[in-house]
Ligand binder design. Structure first.
Ligand SMILES: *Cc1c(COP(=O)(O)O)cnc(C)c1O
Length: 396
């Protein structure tokens, strides 16, 4: 085996000017609640074409705050695709509501609108759309289901900063959603270490989100219940948290956001290289097909592998790739298979598309600092492992 640095499935790209921006913030008067957070919010809103953005401490907090602003509460149901990160469903539970799992397309992993339509009840308060891997889900079809019924459509766009759908940039909420949420975890398109944001256009939702982020505390006199008894006066009129992003993180966010176009162009070029090279590997096909490629933000490079037909187990393929210094990941284990949710009555066989997607999917390394030769090395290793009948020996 050639001794080369381990290639993870994802990794941040932090450059010298990003570091300088954080150092400058560190030497400034504000480490938190200073001017860098609103500057980052404005830049993000502009980037996605939304009226406003509210920065919060992580992507999970963004989902939680968005659900709270949508009025999700005990006794409500929130429809969530069966293939997503656990946080997309957990935000409903954290507010006392119950997630109900919709099925996904077995080839794209994206939610099937008809499945969502079949799950609507009088208790449905919100529907979550997930842009898996950075491919854009069918927001228009979901909005046609939620809009007439007064159900709030929220886009979990943690994978999709920089993606474009038929209605425009993801995050603009121009396609009929009320809010979109983002994550700035190091594996995502840009990073603030931990960080997240909600974007949208409705000023009432903006007010709810800001209150929820800051203990429910209000400082705008026109919204006070009582007359201020002094210049120190503020009011807590609702219950909230501290879900703030710091100025240090916002400095990094603004610096990273300016590079989004370059980062996505690099992700796209690497994905196209994978597409080309994988054409020569039988039994392997990219999840994002020709239809989804144009506007995708390429958070992940996922493939579907016919493990059974090729006579290999996924576990063995993952271990052999790891032996060759290549990291992979599986996005995701269907949520109804998680003990927390099957203990609450979720039934995985109700989402057969999610089980079929899960059985075949694998995420290969993809991040902007990767070299073209890294892609070549991954495809060569994968082809070698899948093409070999005897799984006991190394060939290279
Ligand atoms: C990353 C991610 C989140 C959560 O974001 P954090 O910043 O890690 O809290 C939510 N949903 C999806 C689909 C994600 O990939």
């Amino acid at each position: 085996m050639i001794d080369r640095a381990f290639l993870p499935y994802a990794r941040q790209l932090v450059e010298d000017d990003d570091v300088a921006a954080v150092v400058e913030a560190l030497r400034s008067d504000y480490l938190t609640t200073g001017p860098r957070v609103p500057a980052f919010e404005e830049a993000l809103a502009r980037e996605v074409g939304a009226e406003w953005a509210v920065a919060v401490s992580n992507g999970t907090a963004a989902l939680y705050a968005a659900c709270a602003a949508a009025g999700v509460k005990e006794g409500d149901e929130v429809i969530v695709p069966a293939i997503t990160f656990v946080a997309t469903a957990n935000c409903a539970r954290l507010l006392g509501a119950e997630p109900v799992f919709a099925d996904v397309d077995p080839d794209t992993g994206l939610v099937v609108p008809e499945s969502v339509a079949g799950l609507i009840t009088g208790r449905t308060r919100a529907v979550m759309a997930v842009h898996l891997g950075g491919a854009v889900a069918d927001v228009a079809a979901l909005a046609a289901i939620t809009g007439p019924r007064g159900i709030t459509l929220i886009e979990d766009a943690a994978h999709a900063l920089g993606a474009r759908g038929p209605a425009g940039a993801v995050g603009s909420c121009a396609g009929g959603s009320r809010m979109a949420t983002f994550s700035f975890h190091p594996v995502k398109q840009i990073t603030t270490g931990e960080g997240g944001a909600v974007t949208g256009n409705d000023p009432l939702l903006l007010r709810h989100l800001r209150l929820f982020r800051e203990h429910g505390i209000q400082r705008s006199p026109e919204l006070f219940w009582r007359d201020p008894d002094g210049p120190w006066y503020y009011e807590q009129g609702a219950l909230g948290h501290n879900l703030r992003l710091t100025d240090l993180q916002a400095a990094l966010g603004t610096s990273q956001l300016a590079k989004l176009g370059r980062f996505i162009a690099r992700r796209k070029a690497l994905a196209e290289r994978y597409d080309r090279l994988l054409e020569g590997v039988p039994g392997v096909k990219p999840v994002i097909g020709p239809a989804g490629r144009a506007g995708a933000a390429w958070h992940l490079y996922q493939v579907l592998i016919d493990y059974e037909g090729l006579g290999h187990s996924r576990g063995e393929v993952v271990l052999r790739l790891r032996e060759r210094g290549i990291g992979t990941q599986v996005h995701y284990i269907p949520l109804p298979l998680q003990p927390y949710y099957w203990n609450r009555g979720a039934v995985s066989t109700a989402c057969p598309g999610s089980l079929e997607f899960y059985r075949r999917t694998l995420s290969l390394p993809l991040f902007p600092a990767m070299a073209d030769s890294d892609v070549d090395r991954v495809v060569e290793a994968l082809a070698g492992i899948l093409g070999r009948q005897d799984t006991g020996k190394e060939m290279s």
